[in-house]
Structures are given as structure tokens and as C-alpha cells.
Design a protein around this ligand. Structure first.
Ligand SMILES: [Zn+2]
Length: 183
């Protein structure tokens, strides 16, 4: 019985330490992340960055590309990869396609107080619906032969089927994906 309790408690501790590691990773200074990325991928660094105009149309990459299996350098969440590489400091942003308010960290005080000030009166949204993700899009606009760019999007837009047209609601900074690993 005691053994069982200890086993569970070890598992809980592991879960907790992984959570701490993840939040430390998200808080890692952009300068330090960029320095390590440069050291690891000197030939690809710096990743291409630029501005995309409002009205530009994208489609999510086809299912067979499995972009969900692609992991950013050091296992950084893709949304934090985007923030660090384009120099976006805030955790609060808008989905580039549907313009909804989303957050790179839904456990942050900023997300919490924004939700208190803007209650979802229809009660449609869960906390997780406020999570921003770094979506993958074809750099050349039609296939993955030139690689991907990363854009900040909501989970709903990120989950649209590959033939669904997604139009940029505003100008947005994009960054090229470099240093990814595939699981
Ligand atoms: Zn969206």
C-alpha cells in the first residue's frame, strides 16, 4: 500500500518537474534562445523574417506532411519560437486569420485578467480555446519544397482542413522554420 502511494507520488512529482521545465523554457530569454539556435544551425541562421500583407490567403498543409510531428529547437512551443524570433514580447496576440484574442501562455496573469474583463457570455469557449499556437504554412505558398513559415494562430484555424482558405486579417510578421526535428 505504501509502495503504491510512493509510486503515484513519484509520478506526480515527475509531472510537476516537467511542467516547471516547460514554463522555464517559455521564459527563456529570446537572446539566449537565438544564440543557441545560431550555434546549433550556423548555416541556416538567421531564419528569414518579414511582413505579410492583410488579405494574403493560406491553406493548412495537407495531413500527410504531419506538421504536428515537427518539434522546434529545444522543444520550444512553436508559438514561443515565433515570439522569440520575431521579437514579440507580449503573451497576448490575435489569431492572424480570425482575429480572436489568444495567448501564448493561458496560465499567465495577462490571460486570466483579460478573460475576467471580457467574459465569454455565450459560454462557448473553454480556457484551452484561448491558447495561441505557432501554425506551419508553406513558405512558397504551394508546397513544402522550400520549407515552412510560422504564424500565430488559434487552435480552431490551425485545425481547418487543407483545402480551406484562411485569409490574413491584418499585417503579420512571419518567421521561417529552422532547426526543427521530426518525431
Ligand atoms: Zn483563428
Amino acid at each position: 500500500m505504501h509502495r503504491e502511494i510512493n509510486k503515484n507520488s513519484d509520478l506526480e512529482m515527475k509531472g510537476l518537474s516537467e511542467l516547471v521545465a516547460e514554463s522555464e523554457l517559455k521564459r527563456m530569454k529570446a537572446e539566449d534562445y537565438k544564440k543557441e539556435l545560431l550555434e546549433a544551425f550556423p548555416d541556416d541562421y538567421p531564419p528569414e523574417r518579414g511582413i505579410l500583407e492583410e488579405g494574403t490567403v493560406f491553406q493548412n498543409p495537407p495531413e500527410e506532411e504531419h506538421t504536428g510531428d515537427r518539434k522546434a529547437f529545444k522543444n520550444m512551443p512553436w508559438i514561443d519560437y515565433w515570439r522569440k524570433l520575431v521579437g514579440y514580447k507580449s503573451v497576448h496576440m490575435r489569431c492572424v486569420f480570425c482575429n480572436r484574442d489568444i495567448f501564448s501562455d493561458i496560465d499567465s496573469p495577462q490571460c486570466h485578467s483579460w478573460r475576467v474583463e471580457h467574459p465569454d457570455e455565450r459560454n462557448y469557449l473553454t480556457k484551452d480555446d484561448y491558447q495561441a499556437v505557432g501554425g506551419h504554412y508553406h513558405k512558397n505558398g504551394h508546397d513544402n519544397s522550400d520549407g515552412y513559415i510560422i504564424l500565430p494562430v488559434c487552435k480552431t484555424c490551425n485545425g481547418k482542413p487543407e483545402n480551406y482558405n484562411l485569409t490574413l486579417a491584418n499585417k503579420v510578421l512571419y518567421v521561417e522554420e529552422i532547426g526543427a526535428t521530426v518525431e
